[in-house]
Ligand binder design. Structure first.
Ligand SMILES: Nc1nc2c(ncn2[C@@H]2O[C@H](COP(=O)(O)OP(=O)(O)OP(=O)(O)O)[C@@H](O)[C@H]2O)c(=O)[nH]1
Ligand SMILES: [Mg+2]
Length: 471
């Protein structure tokens, strides 16, 4: 673990949301945490003191201000170092969740003259856990992801990283790389007794194995991003096809205006939808057609622009009317993209069938078409299943694979892979060991930065400042 200055001061913050709630928690951490809390705490009989309390015990009583007025009735947890969240002495005051009471208690802790306690910065408790060596950086970052988790998948993934899944994987790779570095260095130091050459084939196979593992981790990042941030899904189709009706069906509420007038939707409307543990960011767009209406033209432009950034397109085709020029134009825009066709309004008499739509597409394409009715909800289940299969190959959700969800981790893995590729190049060019030992060392350092080895203080500050208050 890289060495950082150890914090000596005691810090405090409100750790729960600062809004009316069942309970509120004021957390104090640092060498003087227990003494500071003791000054404000009064047990029911007035005789018990927190300073005498055994570790990991809870105490009923009152918190009073400097003049001895009771602020609130509380339960105080006393946890002594090192088995605490921050690895320091920690006190948590559980009060009734009144915003005024929480603020007043915090204020009293911070303004106590005898014992200086300062307000914690955002993420500072978790930063201390990291600096005190209780958790590595990947776990600390997973704590932040857990707080911000927007779906079950994201939650599951961050819990797994908090439990050290990524850490273990990285540590294993590091120790294997370090072993080879040591081997090379030893042979450089003592060439008479230790020759690396006979070991080269084995080294090369190790190198290939690391590259494979790291490439695999990098590939999981795409699934990870989609799972955690949501799949950017754009609904396209000609006017009146039922795009806004589909959005409303997915959201389960009347968000978008639906009328029988073609050209109803003008602006983009994006809604977040949770389906079986995954998140979709679904955008409804204006129907694509040639139009003289200036406002509608802008809507069509916006629709076409939003398509460009989408992870997935849902093309709504109106089965109750014949295909026309607009459908042909849409089919050409969608060429080469990942899309699913919904043949909508199948509750009406079918004028356009699946074969008609397929004729507009590349005959090689293995296109998914789902008969649908936004009015009656037909095809909804098939759509859900198609989406989860498309993005998660039916396996990503809730298996134990380590998935990269953090952009910093992904970038470091990419750089590590580049260094390893340079090692391989040197190897193929028959360079001497000292050449590739430099790149091997940089791979070792880069991958170590994921778990917080070899990272500078600035980066540590920057990462933890993104946490919320009280964490
Ligand atoms: N019978 C039937 N009517 C539908 C279905 N889906 C939509 N409609 C009707 O078709 C009309 C157009 O629906 P919208 O959802 O506004 O269509 P849109 O694609 O958003 O249209 P624009 O915003 O104009 O591009 C409305 O009258 C809907 O009630 C369906 O599955 N079956
Ligand atoms: Mg619409």
């Amino acid at each position: 673990m890289a060495q950082y200055y150890l914090e000596q001061d005691t810090i405090a913050a409100i750790s729960t949301a600062v809004s009316e709630s069942g309970i509120g928690i004021i957390r104090i951490s640092g060498p003087k945490a227990i003494a500071a809390a003791d000054l404000l705490y009064r047990s029911p009989g007035g005789k018990n003191h927190l300073s005498d309390a055994a570790t990991h015990t809870i105490h009923y009583g009152y918190i009073q201000d400097s003049k001895g007025n009771v602020i609130d009735e509380v339960l105080v947890s006393v946890m002594r170092a090192p088995r605490t969240y921050t690895a320091e002495d920690t006190v948590e005051i559980n009060c009734h969740g009144s915003v005024i009471a929480m603020k007043k208690i915090l204020d009293t802790v911070l303004h106590c003259r005898e014992i200086p306690v300062r307000a914690a910065e955002p993420g500072e408790f978790t930063k201390r856990a990291f600096l005190n060596g209780r958790i590595d950086l990947s776990r600390a970052e997973a704590v932040m992801d857990l707080i911000g988790a927007k779906n079950e998948y994201a939650l599951h993934n961050s819990v797994s990283q908090i439990r050290g899944s990524l850490y273990q994987k990285i540590q294993k790779l590091r120790s294997e790389i370090l072993y080879e570095i040591a081997h090379i260095e030893a042979s450089l130091d003592d060439p008479e007794h230790l020759d690396f050459t006979p070991h080269l084939p084995e080294f090369e196979s190790e190198l290939g194995k690391w590259q494979k593992e790291i490439s695999h981790l990098i590939r999981t990042a795409e699934d990870g991003r989609l799972a955690v941030e949501g799949i950017k899904t754009v609904i396209v189709g000609k006017p009146n096809a039922g795009k806004s009706s589909l959005l409303n069906l997915l959201v389960g509420e009347d968000r978008a205006i639906v009328t029988e007038i073609a050209g109803t939707t003008r602006d983009l409307l994006t809604e977040t939808i949770h389906l079986q543990g995954i998140t979709l960011l679904v955008t409804d767009t204006a129907g694509i057609r040639e139009t003289e209406d200036r406002v509608e033209q802008i809507g069509v432009e916006r629709a076409e622009n939003s398509l460009k950034e989408a992870d997935l397109l849902l093309w709504i085709v109106d089965a109750s009317v014949p295909l026309d020029q607009n459908d042909i134009r849409i089919a050409s825009i969608l060429k080469g993209r990942r899309f699913v066709i919904l043949l909508n309004k199948t509750d009406l008499k079918e004028v356009t069938g699946e074969e008609d739509v397929l004729k507009l597409l590349d005959p090689q394409a293995d296109q998914i078409i789902i008969p649908f009715s936004a009015r009656e909800g037909t095809g909804y289940e098939e759509l859900t299943k198609t989406l989860t299969d498309l993005f998660f190959h039916g396996k990503l959700i809730f298996n134990d694979e380590v998935v990269i969800t953090n952009a910093r981790h992904k970038a470091l893995l990419e750089q590590t892979l580049e260094s390893l590729m340079r090692v391989q190049d040197s190897l193929h060019q028959g360079m001497s060991e000292d050449f590739f030992s430099i790149d091997l060392m940089s791979a070792y350092e880069l991958i170590g930065a994921i778990i917080g080895e070899e990272v500078g203080e600035d980066l540590v500050d920057e990462i933890f400042s993104r946490f919320c208050m009280g964490k």
